[in-house]
Design a protein around this ligand. Structure first.
Ligand code: ATP
Ligand code: MG
Length: 513
């Protein structure tokens, strides 16, 4: 693929040459060709003007003609073709004059570093007007011209120098570094977008740590508002932090995520999420009265929480090392997601006379919290009893107040509540047809009080039958004998319950038990 791309580039140069124009491959592609590295894109420089290029390639994109640059798409490959230029600057990053030039040397002089200013002819001959090949051999990043002038003209070149260090394990030459130290202050004219793009490239490059080290040595980091406080920490823990963690660590220390960055939506989302968790867990300091708990592990998830705790541990002196504790907690969590709870939103609705509403989430949240904190077991019967207590504590008041609109279909994202049609309030109060338990047929006419009574009865009945069966069974009975025993016990338990609780008689009259 790279070979074909290069071949096509050389073909374009040949074509331009055949029209008597000078043309070369320039920039990163030549550097990478010499170093035997993969190149990212191909830039071509020529003394043909955009209109002259268009005369040869009519399909060329002229959008950036005013900058002396056109884009050519050929056989699926993209080429930037720039006319040789000279530039004059009066203020940083804004050349006051750009002229077309006739000679390659003029174009070479406006480029940033010697290793980026090599040119390649159609027959693969390197044209080296600034001793760039020597610097490649010596692994040197050396600015073309006077460092102070060139960095003042365009301070983005400072970050581009560190990028070359990060990518190729090169060193910045002495005078270039001196120029950087004198012009760092102009970095404040560079946009968040460009800074974030260069910093991200550095973090993702193989020798990023070395580049950060040089940024610290040359005091460059001091002029990068959102990164300055985090650089030393990142340098120290470089290998232990992912790119997202490095960026979030910087922003946690600068106390804001910069606006208008170059990060894509997915990356920004991850940074924002982690930033929030770092903030929300920063109070778990060594002397804090509050301790991290199972609910935190459940809410954030192990991976995200560990990232946040790591950042807090690295950036705060009084922050404890909580990693092992949290890993252990995660291993022992009774549930890892709401779906694992043995009681769901629909169960809550059924327990509360079929009344759905936002209160269901409150109840479910409480059940989840109590199960996580070990206050109640993840057991259907226990959760049912606890739900009744919670509903009693809520006293019906909240439930009534949070009444959703008529005929609303309740959809809970978080809980596996099946769609429930909310009944009109008058209907709730009156007697109505309710399917008490999903698979209990046929439907019977019952009041809301009776539903509640039936729930209490079932809880008691099941518990008593279970206990009695356990005490009678020896283990050597056949299935038929066990079934017969169950029937007998069930009959006796029912009779006992009816005699001790006269209010249960209504259930029998309605054929519910
Ligand atoms: P990459 O492999 O990332 O593409 P590159 O060196 O080709 O690296 P580009 O951004 O594609 O970088 O730029 C192409 C060329 O344009 C550079 O090699 C350099 O000669 C020149 N250049 C780019 N940015 C600047 C700048 N700010 N000042 C001077 N010259 C620049
Ligand atoms: Mg390039």
């Amino acid at each position: 693929m790279q070979e074909q791309y290069l071949e096509k580039g050389l073909e374009i140069i040949k074509t331009l040459n055949s029209f008597t124009y000078q043309a070369y491959l320039v920039g990163g592609v030549v550097r990478d060709y010499i170093m035997d590295n993969k190149f990212v894109d191909i830039d071509i420089a020529t003394n043909a003007t955009p209109t002259q290029i268009q005369a040869i390639y009519p399909d060329v994109n002229m959008e950036y003609e005013h900058l002396g640059c056109v884009t050519l798409k050929l056989d699926g490959f993209t080429f930037e073709i720039s006319t040789f230029k000279k530039e004059e600057y009066t203020e940083p990053r804004k050349p006051s004059k750009i002229y077309y030039a006739q000679e390659l040397i003029d174009d070479v002089k406006r480029r940033d570093f010697t290793i980026n200013a090599l040119a390649l002819t159609d027959n693969l001959k390197v044209v080296d007007l600034v001793k760039g090949q020597k610097d490649i051999k010596k692994k040197k990043v050396r600015v073309i011209g006077k460092a102070k002038v060139r960095f003042k003209e365009d301070p983005l070149r400072i970050l581009r120098a560190y990028n070359l260090v990060a990518r190729f394990n090169f060193n910045i030459s002495f005078f270039t570094a001196l120029g950087i130290k004198k012009t760092n202050k102009y970095l404040k004219t560079i946009s968040n977008h460009q800074i974030s793009r260069e910093i991200l490239k550095i973090f993702e490059a193989p020798f990023g740590r070395k580049a950060i080290g040089e940024m610290i040595d040359n005091r460059t980091f001091k002029y990068l508002k959102h990164y300055k406080d985090g650089m030393a920490c990142i340098y120290k823990y470089y290998k232990k932090l992912s790119t997202i963690e490095k960026l979030t660590l910087c922003f946690a220390l600068s106390e804001e995520i910069p606006e208008n960055t170059s990060f894509d939506k997915n990356m920004l989302n991850k940074i924002q999420t982690l930033y929030k968790v770092v903030e929300e867990t920063k109070h778990y300091t060594k002397n804090s009265k509050e301790n991290i708990n199972e609910k935190d592990v459940f809410d954030y998830g192990l991976e995200l929480l560990l990232s946040a705790l790591k950042i807090n541990y690295y950036i705060r002196d009084d922050y404890p090392k909580l990693f092992n504790k949290v890993k252990k907690m995660d291993k022992n969590l009774p549930i890892h997601e709401v779906g694992e709870l043995k009681f769901n939103g629909k169960d809550v609705v059924l327990l509360n006379r079929g009344v759905a509403g936002p209160y269901v989430k409150t109840v479910m949240d409480q059940l989840v919290t109590e199960v996580l904190l070990g206050k109640v077991n993840n057991d259907y019967s226990e959760l049912k009893v606890r739900t009744l207590e919670i509903l009693d504590e809520m006293n019906g008041v909240n439930i009534q107040e949070e009444k959703p609109k008529e005929e609303t279909v309740v959809k809970q994202d978080v809980f596996p509540v099946q769609e429930v049609v909310y009944p009109k309030q008058e209907e709730v109060e009156k007697t109505k047809v309710v399917d008490i338990y999903e698979d209990e047929k046929p439907k019977v006419e019952v009041s809301n009080e009776i539903i509640r009574l039936k729930v209490h009865y079932d809880l008691e009945f099941n518990e008593l039958v279970k206990n009695a069966l356990a005490s009678f069974i020896k283990g050597n009975e056949s299935d038929d004998e066990v079934d017969a025993l169950k029937t007998l016990i069930a009959k006796q338990v029912k009779e006992a319950l009816l005699s001790q609780n006269p209010e249960y008689h209504i259930l029998e009259q309605k054929g519910l038990i």
